[in-house]
Ligand binder design. Structure first.
Ligand SMILES: NC(=O)c1ccc[n+]([C@@H]2O[C@H](COP(=O)([O-])OP(=O)(O)OC[C@H]3O[C@@H](n4cnc5c(N)ncnc54)[C@H](OP(=O)(O)O)[C@@H]3O)[C@@H](O)[C@H]2O)c1
Length: 264
């Protein structure tokens, strides 16, 4: 990694889509980068382009984050680098199909990438961030953490993990210098859709955001200190109402006895 004084940002899933735009925007903001994904050729091409455009160091770590050896290698690289001040947990994949038409391997891959790798990479940087009382983790969830389609049981489940994991971490780290931003993109024009088995071309164009707009809005939300950013939602009071209803429902569970409708 670089010996320069610039802070280092790690972006997982930087070889395409949202992650590639984060890499570009963070390089423009003066970060050195460590880019992670499987496709080394794409990462190398992006690294050359960003170094040329923005200067600084753009390192590449080709890794399959669903494979134990590769994940452990990335964990070690992150845990051992105190210059890292920003982690974008972006790598994710989706298979959108009824469960009976989803293989165990496809479901397990979603869980390994969207849940396990996000959790473990967070754990790899967090002790250093806490010790330095500084650092930012951006977790890319999805609006499908708030809404389960008939075809999104496993994907929505994995993004539900990202939501609850991030909200819990935010509570744990409240009052410290360590920040966790949860970003919930809605439909975004990336390769994810075709890979998910739902061609992007089949979505209503008016409902699809560009990856550039999604990332620019998410970074604007980060700059504004938002804990949760849902880029397309105009009336953000809707989130506050949703979260208040969730908190009220949770509070209503603390009675220690069955509700009267069950006891006659
Ligand atoms: N697009 C949307 O509509 C949308 C909506 C809500 C949330 N999201 C979330 O946004 C994030 C980024 O997705 P995207 O839309 O930008 O899709 P994308 O273009 O398909 O990008 C996914 C990235 O993850 C990497 N990746 C996939 N499998 C991997 C593995 N096993 N190990 C390491 N890296 C892996 C891919 O690189 P390699 O193939 O080179 O490994 C790629 O860089 C995901 O978490 C996704 O769930 C997307």
């Amino acid at each position: 990694m670089s010996n320069s004084p610039r802070p280092v940002a790690v972006v997982t899933g930087a070889s395409s889509g949202i992650g590639a735009v984060y890499a570009d925007r963070l390089a423009a903001r003066g970060y050195d980068l460590l880019l992670v994904a499987r496709r080394a050729d794409r990462l190398e091409a992006l690294s050359a382009r960003l170094a040329e455009a923005h200067g600084g160091s753009v390192a590449v770590l080709a890794a399959d984050l669903t494979k134990e050896d590769d994940l452990a290698r990335v964990e070690q690289a992150l845990a051992g680098n105190p210059a890292i001040s920003l982690l974008v947990n972006n790598a994710g994949n989706a298979k959108l199909a009824p469960l009976a038409q989803t293989s165990v391997a496809e479901a397990s891959t979603m869980i390994a990438l969207n849940i396990t790798s996000l959790m473990r990479l967070t754990q790899s940087v967090l002790p250093g961030f806490v010790a330095r009382n500084a650092g930012t983790i951006i977790n890319i969830g999805s609006v499908l953490s708030l809404h389960a389609l008939p075809t999104s049981g496993v994907y929505s489940g994995t993004k539900g993990f990202v939501l609850n994991f991030s909200r819990s971490l935010q509570a744990e780290l409240a009052g410290t210098g360590v920040k966790v931003q949860l970003v919930l993109p809605a439909a975004t024009a990336t390769e994810l859709w075709d890979l998910a088995g739902v061609p992007l071309a089949g979505l209503k164009p008016a409902t699809v955001m560009s990856a550039e707009d999604m990332v620019d809005a998410a970074l604007a939300g980060l700059d504004q200190g938002e804990a949760i950013t849902i880029p397309p939602v105009e009336d953000i009071a809707l989130w506050a109402a949703y979260d208040a209803a969730r908190a009220a429902l949770f509070a209503a569970t603390r009675t220690g006895k069955p509700a009267s409708r069950y006891t006659g």
